[in-house]
Design a protein around this ligand. Sequence first.
Ligand code: HEM
Length: 180
Amino acid sequence: MNPQRDHPGADMQGFVRELAAFVGLTDDDVALIRRTAPIVLQHERAITAALYEHFLKFPSTARFFLAEDGSPDPQRLERRKHSLARWLRETAEVAMTHDFVYYLLAVSLSHSHRQHGPGGKVPPQFMVGAMSLAQTAFAGLFRDALDAPDALDATVAWNKLLLVHLNVLLLGYFLPQPAK
Ligand code: HEM
């Protein structure tokens, strides 16, 4: 990839592979993520529900999930919980296939480029903030389910992977916005 000219979207798998190597996401980390995935996935409903409850507490993020009368829109929330649960399940597989990395880029574009009713587009700082919330939630699950050294190793491995994802989720924000 020519860093001067090409957007990473031109070779997503190469971009993700290089970044995974850069953050030191090793084969052992990948194995550990897959081994500890059930701990995360068995709490999938609780994690997604807590995340959206958190979004509803802050006006800047609640606005994406409100009905016209200003109350939380249960249908929209349920759809978003399903999307997040899918991302969570696929993340746990650590399958950096061509399809998966372009799926992540498409998820990025739905936040950076699509208008979501009165909320508009999702500001990038909340993508970073949401990933921080995910890191905190996962660390808590590992703390409760594993011995301290294993919990620390699992948290470190998942953190590397989550920030590789976050990088992809932010790529859309570096692309030009369509003319109004
Ligand atoms: C860790 C960060 C996040 C992840 C992994 C994530 C994941 C997803 C996924 C997988 C979708 C479905 C995309 C599609 O079908 O194209 C989605 C859609 C959406 N997300 Fe997120 N999300 C994150 C953060 C946020 C934040 C912080 C907000 C707003 C506060 C938000 C609001 C939305 C909205 C409004 C949609 C609907 C998109 C549409 O229908 O086009 N997301 N998200």
